[in-house]
Ligand binder design. Structure first.
Ligand SMILES: Cc1cc2nc3c(=O)[nH]c(=O)nc-3n(C[C@H](O)[C@H](O)[C@H](O)COP(=O)(O)OP(=O)(O)OC[C@H]3O[C@@H](n4cnc5c(N)ncnc54)[C@H](O)[C@@H]3O)c2cc1C
Length: 410
């Protein structure tokens, strides 16, 4: 494992929040160690969305052209299918940015790319197979993390918890958590493209079902929404019954559901919606899902995680690089990011309670297009609103943290 002994900043978690923060702090000259519990970026479920706001950040960092050379698909609109009608609910083509699309890139490629760029700065270290299991406390401050192998990673100035929605560090701190409740879980599986020429990314509202299809070029990534805790019940009915449910809900997929042969092709992804009352205490800051676990609704959690990392670097990196104390500044990160988190979580909760709960839990049947969806048909300009929320979010961050020198090329 890499040297974990001498760093100003230790970041636990090499997901979108942790890797972007690692890149930006190291770029500013802060000696930064990122700890990732897995040996590669492939293991955990990863959403594959790289939002227009993140692509703008790539542009601000000078990486965009190189980044877009990596294989990816581009999603320019989102569609809902209800009562046999297709309704475009988000149109990204009007966004005031360079890339008016969501880039669908396997997240391990995205994280690898960030790691590759971060390694250009001598202040950056990435330790894989390094799991944080607790916090080191010294004189009332957090001074780093304890590792699963019995070692320690000491942080002279700051520890960042970017260890996702099951964060062990926020629990160890402990930072008080406000659970907003999530009535759903997701069954996640792939299906090949069949005979249908349907290509749109979006969701289909069936009789008591909601299935999201993400167009991944030669296959569909599918998310089947189930009531929280109901996955065992679905599994108990058998894979054949599940195939029938999928085919009934989305008839276009009926000719390919036979490829689902075993339950190990269908992963259960547990959904949470929560946020910390306080994202920091002296020596420790939580960002991304560790500070506010996001629902998959809208596919925006990665965007928020990255925006948190940029805000944290904007507020903290320059003072840290100058050797100034950062504890008095930590609350500013939460102050900056709380509004966008509250707004998005409020929208996600509304979708949980008003749409998914009646549909999936109470098995409501939609045989006509509900009025809010009909408005998108009648007034196409309205499609710009969800596009803006998904693509850019609220209170967009820009790179303002300084850049120190890179390592000379080998
Ligand atoms: C079913 C589902 C689907 C979703 N789909 C999308 C989507 O399409 N688009 C979207 O934008 N958002 C989506 N989200 C939300 C999104 O996944 C999160 O908001 C986002 O991943 C948060 O990023 P993060 O870096 O904070 O945490 P994570 O992505 O969870 O990354 C945390 C990282 O920390 C590592 N780690 C965990 N514990 C430790 C430890 N103790 N020590 C060291 N490393 C550790 C993990 O291995 C991981 O690499 C979805 C969420 C769910 C539940």
């Amino acid at each position: 494992m890499a040297d974990t002994s001498q760093h100003d900043l230790v970041i636990a978690g090499g997901g979108p929040a942790g890797m972007m923060a690692g890149l930006l702090f190291a770029r500013a000259g802060v000696r930064t160690l990122v700890l990732e519990k897995h040996g590669d970026f492939l293991r955990d479920f990863r959403g594959d969305t790289v939002h227009p706001s993140t692509l703008e950040l790539m542009d601000e960092l000078g990486f965009l052209d190189e980044f877009l050379k990596r294989p990816h698909d581009e999603i320019r609109s989102l569609t809902a299918r209800v009562a046999n009608q297709r309704i475009t609910i988000a149109d990204l083509s009007h966004l005031p940015v360079k890339c008016r699309f969501v880039a669908m890139m396997p997240q391990w490629d995205f994280l690898d790319f960030l790691a590759e760029k971060a390694k250009l700065y001598p202040a950056f270290t990435l330790a894989m197979n390094a799991e944080a299991v607790g916090l080191i406390e010294q004189g009332g401050r957090i001074a780093g993390v304890k590792l699963a192998d019995g070692g320690e990673a000491r942080a002279a100035k700051l520890t960042i918890a970017a260890d996702g929605r099951g964060s062990v560090l926020r629990a160890a701190a402990p930072l008080p958590l406000h659970d907003l409740g999530a009535p759903i879980d997701v069954l996640w599986f792939r299906l090949p493209k069949g005979a249908s020429d349907y290509e749109e990314t979006g969701g289909t509202f069936g009789a008591g079902t909601f299935i999201v299809q993400l167009n991944r070029g030669d296959y569909w990534q599918c998310a089947y929404v189930v009531p929280k805790g109901a996955a065992d019940e679905v599994r108990a009915r058998g894979i054949a019954a599940f195939r029938d449910d999928v085919a009934r809900a989305v008839p276009d997929l009926a000719d390919v559901t036979h490829t689902l042969e075993h339950w190990d092709q269908v992963k259960l992804l547990s959904v949470s919606l929560d946020r910390l009352d306080s994202w920091s205490r002296p020596g420790l800051l939580a960002i991304g899902d560790a500070a506010h676990a996001m629902s998959p609704v809208g596919g925006v959690g990665i965007n928020l995680a990255i925006q948190d990392a940029v805000a944290a670097a904007n507020i903290l990196a320059a003072p840290m690089a100058r050797g100034e104390p950062v504890d008095p500044l930590l609350a500013k990160v939460q102050d900056r990011r709380l509004l966008p988190v509250r707004l998005v979580q409020g929208l996600q909760k509304a979708v949980h309670d008003r749409i998914l709960t009646p549909l999936v839990l109470r098995k409501a049947v939609l045989d006509t297009v509900p009025l809010p969806l009909r408005m998108f048909q009648l007034f196409p300009i309205l499609r710009r609103i969800p596009a803006r929320i998904v693509g850019l979010g609220f209170r967009r961050e820009h790179i303002r943290s300084p850049e120190a020198a890179m390592s000379p090329p080998p």
